[in-house]
Design a protein around this ligand. Structure first.
Ligand SMILES: Cc1cc2nc3c(=O)[nH]c(=O)nc-3n(C[C@H](O)[C@H](O)[C@H](O)COP(=O)(O)OP(=O)(O)OC[C@H]3O[C@@H](n4cnc5c(N)ncnc54)[C@H](O)[C@@H]3O)c2cc1C
Length: 584
């Protein structure tokens, strides 16, 4: 059942597993484990239920509307030297379904090389692509858009699953910029080849149509797709929302079996698992919980007020990485962009009403509609020399370095101020920079110190600058002539009157404007059993502790050449099988 507070939870029940965090990973693992009616699971989620929250349900809203609301943790990074000292918002869902309830819904699976790399670094071939591909096919359910738009020629059905819980769909309406973007791939086929399906493991490179975690015109979050009414009706599953876990404890040294919740009146409620605690609170929140439980680097824990060391694991909270997004935005000669809704409340209301009536119309889709995945241009001598100096940051020779996203509007959502826009957003998929999550010693339960160290490594901003050059080329296509007016954000001082690019200005814009990718990863990295580094073993159990496993994005050791919800779904599907096998 679903309970709105701990006070509602019956007190006479016991559970095999307590899942901390009902987010992307937690929703999957709770659903899969309770397929066995002999296994009981309690999920504790800090945020509210996703049900009835339009911001977590209407696909169009996912784009920008949830920042600053109660369904996001609204973390802020520390001042980032690579960003000219700016702090940026680092978002994560604070609602059932977690970040899958607030994200951009873009479905990109992670490259073959990324998964094979995971198999190599963990020493477990089961994390390799061949096995993970079977999980993707198991969990996906490709469905046509609710609007009835014909999407043939926009993806390759043969590489997707059709009967899993997670709905995947394509943009359901046509935008003015669709043809401009697709035509540009035809005009510049060498630099920007059209790709029918970037999720085809054999052809990840190119620009094509975005696939979304949307079903029946509705956001298909992990809560919507997995924690359905019938799953929540299972007698062996209880989910409690509005319940934040502060600490994990154990009965004997070296065993963790209890999740503690500090109630509003200061009292503590302990929730016990007879088999395991499964930590699925996400990359940033995991570290706060582990450090407050005395699990992590001894050097830090010794300084934390009121916390005693339980297990010294130096890598907890280390290795934090994130993608970063550098938007380039132009004013356009059109009002037919998503900015229109920000500036015309009556149009937004009508679109919402249409969505509420039959889940169609513009609000049944997200934004963007196209994205491209590219390698650096290895015939460019500058690229060659950077790769020679620092190595190729991609996990394999066919794995992309760069993502370029095309948006029919201003991605920051501030266009209520006026104007109509087109944007190309540049993403470095393979940053070398690593940071960490630490706590304020005098307030360990307070806001964690999130430091992704953006642009710390010289290769990282170089790759973004290469993507910016690509975006300038893309926007020079004939399809954009007369459509793009002046540059609004991203290219200040970059192009001189002769059309030459000023490298210093390119870098300065990147430092001043780039924002977080919200793909925070790697604070609990996987390593082989017995390794002296890393946080979890290949079966995702925390090293040197009994009864504690981590199932979320934090275990993945590097940023994948993709978006990250797909990584979590695959990790948690396989983790569920590993857990089921262990207790069979
Ligand atoms: C704004 C945004 C846009 C994104 N866009 C995309 C995209 O388009 N495509 C894509 O693939 N990925 C995207 N991502 C990333 C992707 O959604 C995440 O990487 C992924 O969902 C993370 O899954 P997780 O299970 O690790 O954590 P989460 O899904 O974040 O789950 C963690 C859960 O734990 C809960 N929790 C945390 N602390 C506690 C506590 N102390 N007690 C109890 N519960 C707790 C949280 O409230 C949350 O529900 C985006 C993310 C954000 C934030």
């Amino acid at each position: 059942a679903l309970y709105n507070s701990l006070a509602e939870l019956p007190t006479n029940k016991t559970y095999d597993f307590v899942v901390v965090g009902g987010g992307t990973g937690g929703s999957v693992v709770a659903t899969r484990l309770t397929e066995n009616s002999n296994t009981s699971v309690l999920v504790l989620e800090a945020g509210p239920s996703n049900r009835g929250i339009l911001n977590a349900t209407v696909p169009f809203y996912g784009f920008y509307i949830t920042t600053g609301t109660e369904i996001d943790w609204n973390y802020t990074t520390t001042a980032q030297p690579g960003f000219g000292g700016r702090s940026v918002i680092s978002r994560a869902g604070h609602v059932l379904g977690g970040s899958s309830s607030v994200n951009g819904m873009i479905w990109v699976r992670g490259s073959v090389a990324d998964w094979n790399h995971l198999a190599n670094v963990s020493g477990d071939p089961g994390w390799g692509w061949d096995n993970i591909y079977t999980y993707y096919k198991k969990l996906e359910q490709y469905t046509p858009p609710s609007t009835g738009k014909d999407v043939s020629g926009e993806y390759d059905p043969s590489v997707h699953g059709t009967s899993g819980p997670l709905g995947i769909s394509m943009p359901g309406v046509t935008e003015d910029t669709d043809a401009r973007v697709i035509n540009t791939t035809k005009e510049f086929p060498d630099e920007f080849p059209f790709v029918l399906d970037y999720n085809n493991p054999d052809t990840p490179i190119g620009m094509g149509w975005v696939q979304n975690t949307i079903r029946d015109g509705t956001r298909a979050s992990a809560a919507y797709a997995y924690l359905t009414d019938s799953v929540l009706a299972r007698s062996n599953l209880d989910v409690v929302v509005n319940t934040r876990v502060t600490k994990l404890t154990g009965s004997t040294n070296g065993t963790i079996d209890t999740a503690q919740v500090t109630n509003a009146d200061g009292s503590v409620t302990s929730l016990k698992a007879s088999k395991e605690i499964i930590l699925s609170a996400g990359t940033i929140s995991d570290t706060r919980i582990l450090l407050n439980s005395g699990i992590g680097p001894a050097s830090q824990i010794q300084n934390l007020k009121g916390v005693e060391l339980v297990k010294d694991i130096p890598d907890v909270g280390q290795n934090l990485a994130d993608h970063m997004i550098m938007p380039i935005i132009w004013r356009v000669n059109s009002t037919n962009t998503i900015d229109y809704y920000a500036q015309h409340p009556e149009a937004a209301q009508a679109a919402l009403e249409q969505w509420q009536t039959n889940k169609t119309g513009r609000f049944a889709s997200g934004e963007p509609f196209q994205a491209g995945f590219f390698r650096l241009n290895e015939s460019d001598p500058e690229v060659q020399s950077m790769i020679q100096k620092y190595g190729d940051p991609a996990t394999g020779p066919d794995s992309p370095h760069i993502e370029m996203v095309a948006l029919n509007g201003n991605p920051s959502g501030v266009s209520a101020a006026g104007g109509y826009y087109f944007a190309l957003a540049c993403v470095n998929l393979v940053p070398y920079s690593r940071g960490n999550v630490t706590l304020n010693p005098s307030d360990p339960l307070g806001q964690p110190l999130v430091n992704p160290n953006y642009y710390d490594h010289p290769m990282d901003i170089f790759i973004v600058s290469q993507c910016m050059r690509m975006a300038i080329k893309f926007a020079s296509g004939s399809a954009f002539k007369g459509y793009l007016e002046d540059n609004y954000v991203g290219l200040e001082g970059v192009i001189d009157s002769n059309g030459n690019i000023n490298e210093d200005a390119l870098y300065a814009n990147a430092r001043n404007i780039t924002v977080a990718g919200d793909h925070q990863i790697a604070t609990n990295i996987i390593s082989p059993k017995g390794a002296s580094t890393g946080v979890v073993d290949p079966d995702l159990k925390v090293k040197g502790i009994n009864g504690l496993r981590i199932v979320d994005l934090s275990i993945f050791p590097h940023t994948p050449a993709s978006h990250t919800e797909s990584i979590v779904y695959a990790i948690s599907e396989r983790a569920s099988d590993l857990i089921k096998q262990e207790y069979a």
